[in-house]
Design a binder for this molecule. Sequence first.
Ligand code: CP
Ligand code: NVA
Length: 311
Amino acid sequence: MSAVLELKVFAPKHFLDIKDFTYAELRELLVEAAQFKRNRGRSKKPLAGKTLALIFEKPSTRTRVSFEVAMRELGGEVIVLSPRDMQIGRGETIADTAQVLSRYVHGIMLRTDSAAKLHELAAHAGIPIINGLTERSHPCQIMADIFTLEEHRGPIAGQMVAWVGDGNNVAHSWIEAAARFAFPLRLACPAGYAPHPEVLAWAAAEGADVTVVRDPAEAVAGAACVVTDTWISMSDAQDEAAARLAAFAPYQVTAGLVARAAPDAIFMHCLPAHRGEEVSAEVIDGPASVVFDEAENRLHAQKAILAWALG
Ligand code: CP
Ligand code: NVA
């Protein structure tokens, strides 16, 4: 076997970003996710004997619980780690940590505020690495989001999605998804809070229909889905909070704003939400909101990712 082929055959199946996959690969994961959802409690245990390490440098409710339950329901086990309890917290390198953990466990999910750290871990690990959120992206969330949108509205291709608020990590993964799943994405962001220029440039080079505007009403006009997220992410400096709240104040997703979308539009939010900031209680607790289906679908989407990566 040639060295190149050997590398390809034995390369770990990382899940780092939506853009690393073809449409066909992402679609296959969503088909698997739907099967896991339909067969919950009756599915086989494809990950029996496998252990996943979950490393959280930042807090989590959904990611932590959905990955842990997903592994258990697939027959595997988890070890939940915090850098506080690990030697990386005292300066052991990511490279050494990657190589050591690769001798013990079968995969690692990392939540960190450094995408560079995630990529360094992946470069040195002999096992699959899964992105559980960085300051740059949140791909597992967006797989669950596409799944949820399609459950409620049918195939996503061609359906207009409106993002209102911060051009943050979750927005970046939506942009990558717009390229891969071929749907138009309109983002309304205040000055200074647009998505990262590299992500927009990538989308343009891919021929994606992604537009950034200032006016939330323009972004949501006729949209099938309105999405928002917190105005202050975990990686944002706390001393920026007041400036952010002021800049984003005109960007709250209100019932009046959602009324400009398609008549049967849905509202999505990755959670945790801040009622009265990025979304009104009327919207998130109202009939258009599918946020708890979205949270549930993290479980099913991640089962598909885990079975693909570790199976
Ligand atoms: N949406 C999401 O990733 O939630 P957690 O921060 O609770 O994991
Ligand atoms: N943008 C948010 C998402 C939380 C799941 C953050 O990074 O804090």
